[in-house]
Each structure stands twice: as structure tokens, then as C-alpha cells.
Design a binder for this molecule. Structure first.
Ligand code: 5GP
Length: 187
């Protein structure tokens, strides 16, 4: 097994399924895990912090990093670039940590190609209706973007079966614990 692959946990799930909250709960419960901070060209939401939630880049800066080969994977999602920086992963794993990547389905498939022993987990919403309710309640996107994200969510749900595990997010505490247990081989 590659040292990197066995220390990678890739988590996907449609926008609004609560995966960010689940990942925060994992990080709080268990200090073995750290988050890979992705780069993106999406504009920053008011509560987000540059370098913590994302590394916010201009399109030109992002394309520059693509051509330098800085990304393990990158993709275009709802008209913005998102990518995992190799440096994020290599540095954290060499410090003895298990790195969680919260990325969409195409990126997850690309990571699995490079590191077949990475653990991939799909966080599923209880239903599409619940997903729409959560997205609207979050109130961070306009109606057009919500519709685009719901369309994308439907598409993403079709990829669930290509993940090692599917975990339904009904309760954050349960869902986060299930992911830790899966990592530890208890499930
Ligand atoms: P959001 O704009 O809601 O923060 O993220 C949109 C989607 O992009 C989410 O599904 C999120 O998991 C995904 N994403 C975030 N960072 C990356 C990344 O580095 N690579 C890929 N492929 N997807 C990412």
C-alpha cells in the first residue's frame, strides 16, 4: 500500500448534504485527521476565511498552477475551478496525519486512479427534498445557483455506487462516527 493512499480519506456528497459539518465533527473528535485545503476560483462566502476554508485564487493564478503541475486533481464545478494541491497532501502526510479531501465526484475518481488504496466515502442526503430544504435554509446562493446545484446533486447521486462506502447523513454525530469507524476498519 502506498504511504499516501492509505492516509487519504476522500469524502464527496451533493452540495447541501452536510458533508462540511460532518467533516468538522470528525476533525473535532479525532486529531489524527486534518483537512486538505482546496484551491478555488469561486468567490468567498462572508463567513469563509482565505487559507482555512479554501485558498481563493484568480482564474489566472489557478491556470498557472495547473500548468506547473501543482494539482493532484482539479475540475470545473458550476463555472468555477476547484483543485487539490499536491503540497497540501504531501506535507500533512509526512507529518503523520490522515488527510481528508472533501471534493466532488470527478475529483474523487481521479484521486482513486492515482491512489487506489485511498478510502472513498459518499455522504448521501436523506432525500432530494431534504437537500433542497437545507440548501435554501443555508441561504448562501441565489435561486439560479441553487437550481444548478440541485441539478448537479441529482447527477452526483448517480455516482454513489463507485465509492467504497455510502453513509447517510441523518445525524452529524452518527455520520461522523461511522466514517471514523470505517477508517478504523470496524465496519
Ligand atoms: P462549494 O462551492 O460548495 O464550497 O463546493 C462545490 C463542490 O466542489 C463541492 O462538492 C466540494 O466538495 C467540491 N470541491 C471542493 N474542493 C474541491 C477540490 O479541490 N477538487 C474537487 N474536485 N472538488 C472540490
Amino acid at each position: 500500500m502506498s504511504e499516501i493512499g492509505k492516509n487519504l480519506v476522500v469524502i464527496s456528497g451533493p452540495s447541501g448534504c452536510g458533508k462540511d459539518t460532518v467533516v468538522k465533527a470528525i476533525l473535532k473528535k479525532d486529531e489524527r485527521f486534518v483537512l486538505s485545503v482546496s484551491a478555488t476560483t469561486r468567490s468567498k462566502r462572508p463567513y469563509e476565511v482565505d487559507g482555512v476554508d479554501y485558498i481563493f485564487l484568480s482564474t489566472q493564478e489557478f491556470i498557472g498552477k495547473i500548468s506547473k503541475g501543482d494539482f493532484l486533481e482539479h475540475t470545473m464545478y458550476c463555472n468555477n475551478y476547484y483543485g487539490t494541491l499536491k503540497s497540501q497532501i504531501e506535507e500533512k502526510i509526512s507529518n503523520g496525519k490522515v488527510v481528508i479531501l472533501v471534493i466532488e465526484v470527478e475529483g474523487a475518481a481521479n484521486v482513486k486512479k492515482v491512489y487506489p488504496d485511498a478510502l472513498t466515502i459518499f455522504v448521501a442526503p436523506p432525500s432530494l427534498e431534504e437537500l433542497e430544504r437545507r440548501l435554501r435554509e443555508r441561504n448562501t446562493e441565489d435561486d439560479g445557483t441553487i437550481k444548478q446545484r440541485l441539478f448537479k446533486a441529482n447527477e452526483e447521486l448517480g455516482f454513489q455506487s463507485s465509492y467504497d462506502y455510502i453513509v447517510e447523513n441523518n445525524y452529524v454525530d452518527q455520520c461522523s462516527q461511522s466514517i471514523i469507524d470505517i477508517f478504523d476498519g470496524k465496519k
